[in-house]
Design a protein around this ligand. Structure first.
Ligand SMILES: *Cc1c(COP(=O)(O)O)cnc(C)c1O
Length: 362
């Protein structure tokens, strides 16, 4: 049995460090906005080379808090990729704005800057590039567009913790970077968690207040905010894992490159553009023989999944507004993509078994 991600194996490897940190949290019994949260925010900001890191309850909340603090509201249009997890678009809807779905580059699966340019209207206020599967979006082109049209850029970094473009970390390009610590993400905690990164002092101050019931001083509420905080237990876990994130991402790249070498010619393997440091949250291939491959893998007890089977403009939740819109590249990719197990602890021997199973289906 080979899972998509092996959290048990990772815990066993980190157990002594992890158990010691957790015991300290239990002994201190300060569970909300305590010393581990403050320390984690400092350490994460230093790692990502940003001025501020504000933790919160999930990646979805990070997007919501960033959009609200950036002043995005009803009547505004926000451009994002149609080929992403629903949370990217949900957050846009939470602030009353309208998601405008744009098609992707068929090689990187990320927003195509030329199509973004065509989608800009007088009501466009922001762009949310998603660094899908750990592959950085084309930030040089998107940031240039944003500058030219005076748009706000908020990055969805839920799948790209540690990825960089020419050495600049994802999450440090736009006014805000939104991160998720869902357990299976590259940097994952043992529950839900998220974080906004920013160099903007005002945005940071506003998010700090919004995440804690609109309150700066206890029982004094300046605005209607939310209960959206990372807890001490999760922060302690993340501090341990942050020490290993470069190793985790290096091992993901090693696994991906082994796959790509062995699968070349059998399926379309992931593209690397040479300027971005892909951190392989997912290892996703394209093949017209998807059904046959998935059947063989499942029969051999090798996990496999489709990320994502339906682009957002085709989801029932958005059917009302997008029924007549066709975004052909995303539709084609959604019909041929499949993701294989990938995690730092995946061995070359396991990859060999997976590849042989795939080849037996072709
Ligand atoms: C996981 C994910 C999110 C949401 O993060 P949660 O922590 O699960 O709320 C947002 N966008 C993308 C692209 C994701 O993969």
């Amino acid at each position: 049995m080979i899972p998509m991600v092996d959290l048990k194996k990772q815990y066993q490897l980190l157990k002594s460090e992890m158990d010691e940190q957790l015991q300290q949290v239990f002994d201190a019994t300060q569970f909300i906005l305590g010393p581990n949260v403050m320390a984690f925010e400092k350490e994460a900001a230093a790692y990502l080379k940003v001025k501020h890191a504000l933790s919160c309850a999930s990646g979805t909340d990070a997007l919501h808090l960033a959009l609200r603090a950036a002043g995005i509201k009803e009547g505004d249009e926000v451009i994002t990729s149609t080929f992403t997890f629903i949370a990217t678009a949900e957050a846009i809807c939470y602030v009353g704005a309208t998601p405008v779905f744009v098609d992707i580059d068929p090689k990187t699966f990320n927003l195509d800057p030329e199509l973004v340019a065509q989608a800009i209207t007088p009501r466009t206020r922001a762009i949310i590039p998603v660094h899908l599967f750990g592959q950085p979006a084309n930030m040089p082109a998107l940031m240039a567009l944003a500058k030219q049209h005076k748009l706000i850029t908020i990055e969805d970094c839920a799948q790209s913790f540690g990825a960089a473009v020419n050495g600049t970390m994802t999450g440090s390009f736009g006014i805000a970077g939104c991160h998720s610590f869902f357990p299976s993400k590259n940097l994952g905690c043992y529950g839900d968690g998220g974080m906004v990164t920013t160099d903007d002092d005002k945005l940071a101050a506003d998010i700090r207040v919004l995440r804690n019931h609109g309150s700066q001083q206890r029982y004094h509420h300046d605005v209607i905010g939310y209960n959206s905080r990372l807890d001490e237990i999760q922060a302690a876990i993340l501090r341990v894992k942050l020490r290993h994130i470069d190793t985790f991402n290096r091992e993901r790249r090693r696994a991906a490159h082994t796959y790509s070498r062995l699968l070349a010619g059998s399926v379309i393997t992931p593209f690397e553009d040479g300027i971005g440091n892909h951190v392989y949250h997912q290892y996703t291939v394209l093949t017209p023989k998807r059904d046959a491959i998935m059947q063989k893998l499942t029969a051999a007890q090798i996990a496999n999944a489709i990320y994502y089977p339906i682009p957002l403009h085709r989801q029932k939740a958005f059917q009302h507004d997008y029924a007549d819109i066709s975004l052909p590249i995303s539709e084609k990719v959604a019909s041929e993509c499949m993701s294989l197990p990938i995690y730092p602890e995946l061995t070359d021997e396991q990859i060999g078994t997976i590849v042989n199973t795939i080849k037996s289906a072709l």
